[in-house]
Design a protein around this ligand. Structure first.
Ligand code: 13P
Length: 341
């Protein structure tokens, strides 16, 4: 593996004031969101939607990379350019989701393990040929009564590490995404404990598989109260506990950390990232966003599957990208939010 090259790509993915647009929803997830808005769940609609996202003027000012789904990397924009080429030409690094989704973990009710290692080396080689320079694999950890189980944490961490090594061998920077789900009424302290343990086990497994830490981007969830906790922690506490957790688990060799939004509102996701970047704690890594919903949800609601709404939807996307780009520099504010176009 070429560690120098991987390191260069990883740094570019987390360049100052820029972050990653996660637009790699699988068919079931994308269709679910379309259905809610009455958008037909067809291939041409998914193509038109993703075309709207990547042709937003000025996107590359705030977006360093975009994660595509298998269908999209094989499609063309409405202007006829392969999506990966279109992104590269804009200076946005094309990436690809390579996991096969989270499936029930045998023997543990309510927990999941991510599938997709079979044939992964071949798929990575093909994606590299198509222009991808990074990959993504998402593992989910559920907090609940007696959960997560050790079996779930270990199986997911092992798969993440196997994926990361395979990806690096193919020249793709792996985004390593162990997501601790926000669902539930657990406290932020419980989220801290589960996130710290999960990340520790992930880095132990990365070591076992010989993954070069200089050539990965970590995509964690923030340390945050459960979505139905009655006493949810404030923005500053989320930021402090998140950075504290990273300090305890992530070696300084890792170039960058790009958070998922995980069901936070648009504004929460920006506020938290901003506060994280204002933390007085030592932060040897770049800290930015790799948001899906917190970048796209407003834009999708505005678009509604109608080409007449493209310009307005692009403005909505660009606004969230700009807010999060500012938050990655610690320069976002609630006052900025009021200037929304
Ligand atoms: P959200 O920001 O919507 O959580 O999505 C990010 C992502 O890529 C999940 O894998």
């Amino acid at each position: 593996m070429n560690i120098e090259e991987l390191n260069k790509i990883a740094h570019a993915m987390v360049a100052p004031g820029r972050g990653i647009l996660a637009m790699d929803e699988s068919h079931p997830t994308c269709n679910k969101r379309f259905e809610k808005l009455g958008i037909p769940t067809t291939e041409p609609m998914r193509q038109a939607y993703r075309d709207m996202l990547v042709t937003a003027p000025g996107l590359s000012d705030y977006v360093s990379g975009a994660i595509l789904f298998d269908e999209t990397i094989r499609q063309k924009t409405l202007d006829g350019a392969p999506f990966a080429d279109h992104l590269s030409n804009l200076g946005i690094i094309p990436g690809i989701k390579v996991d096969g989704g989270a499936k029930p973990l045998a023997g543990s009710e309510n927990e999941k393990v991510t599938h997709g290692l079979d044939g992964l080396a071949e798929r990575c080689a093909e994606y590299y040929e198509m222009g991808a320079r990074f990959s993504k694999w998402r593992a989910v950890i559920t907090i609940g009564e007696g959960l997560p189980s050790w079996a779930c944490i270990e199986a997911n961490a092992h798969a993440l590490a196997r994926y990361a090594r395979i990806s690096q061998e193919a020249g793709l920077v792996p985004i390593v995404e162990p997501e601790v789900l926000m669902d539930g009424d657990h406290s932020i302290a419980r989220c801290y404990d589960v996130t710290e343990l999960t990340q520790r086990v992930v880095f132990y497994q990365l070591k076992n598989q010989g993954v070069a830490l200089e050539g990965i981007v970590l995509k964690p969830s923030m340390v945050i109260s459960g979505s139905s906790d009655s006493a949810r922690a404030d923005v500053k506490t989320v930021a402090e506990q998140t950075v504290r957790c990273l300090q305890n688990t992530v070696p300084a060799a890792v170039p960058g950390i790009a958070f998922l939004s995980g069901g936070q509102t648009d504004q929460e996701a920006s506020q938290h990232l901003n506060a994280i970047n204002l933390s007085e704690r030592t932060r040897p890594w770049a800290l930015t966003f790799s948001y899906g919903r917190a970048l796209q949800q407003t834009a999708m609601q505005v678009w509604k599957g109608d080409s007449a709404n493209v310009e307005k939807a692009q403005q909505a996307l660009l606004w969230r990208a700009r807010c999060n780009g500012s938050a990655a520099l610690g320069k976002y504010s609630d006052a900025m939010e009021k200037q929304a176009v």
